[in-house]
Design a protein around this ligand. Structure first.
Ligand code: HEC
Length: 149
């Protein structure tokens, strides 16, 4: 992807993600320099992830299929949801450029301990950092390129 394409893509991504933010607060306070500013996992979930996965994490079917994150056995290991957030996964855009490692750890930790999921082991920024640069395995469903936070 050229630099120009990449920045157009980034702008489009923010445009997709922002309507959900606008619902309960003015977007400029939540986004600085292309980064989301919330640090709390719950706030990140509500303002970004819930736009597609819904506030109850039950997912939705409409123009696309947004899987439920509630009672999701695929969240048992932290690497899978970390890679989904950072690298994207099919219809889910990569958010790696918009969150730092602590923010990814916070939101992944949040979904792994809510909505019927009880994977209590804390998710660390170091795990996120490692996944950003870890190459895809042969069966990896996660897309995109590793992006710096
Ligand atoms: C623009 C819509 C959109 C947003 C915003 C979004 N996702 Fe997704 N997400 C998807 C779609 C679509 C899939 C299904 C991808 C596929 O087909 O494998 C998905 C898949 C996932 C999966 C894999 C679920 C599974 O069981 O395989 C996880 C985990 C996930 N998303 C977490 C998140 C988190 C955490 C956030 C917030 C940081 C988020 N998503 C934001 C659309 C979105």
């Amino acid at each position: 992807m050229s630099k120009l394409q990449a920045s157009a893509f980034a702008a489009a991504l923010l445009a997709v993600a922002l309507p959900a933010v606008a619902a309960d607060g003015p977007p400029p306070t939540r986004v600085a320099k292309g980064h989301f500013t919330m640090s709390d996992g719950e706030a990140i979930y509500k303002n970004v992830c819930a736009a597609c996965h819904m506030s109850d994490a039950m997912g939705a079917k409409g123009a696309g299929i947004y899987p439920a994150l509630a009672n999701d056995k695929r969240l048992a290991g932290a690497a899978y949801p970390i890679r989904a957030v950072v690298l994207g996964q099919k219809g889910m855009p990569p958010f790696g450029a918009y969150f730092d490692d602590d923010q990814v750890a916070a939101v992944v930790g949040y979904v792994r301990t809510h909505f019927g999921n009880s994977y209590a082991a804390p998710v660390t920024a170091a795990e996120v950092k490692a996944q950003r640069t870890s190459p895809a395995g042969p069966n990896d469903v996660h897309g995109g390129l590793p992006t710096a936070g």
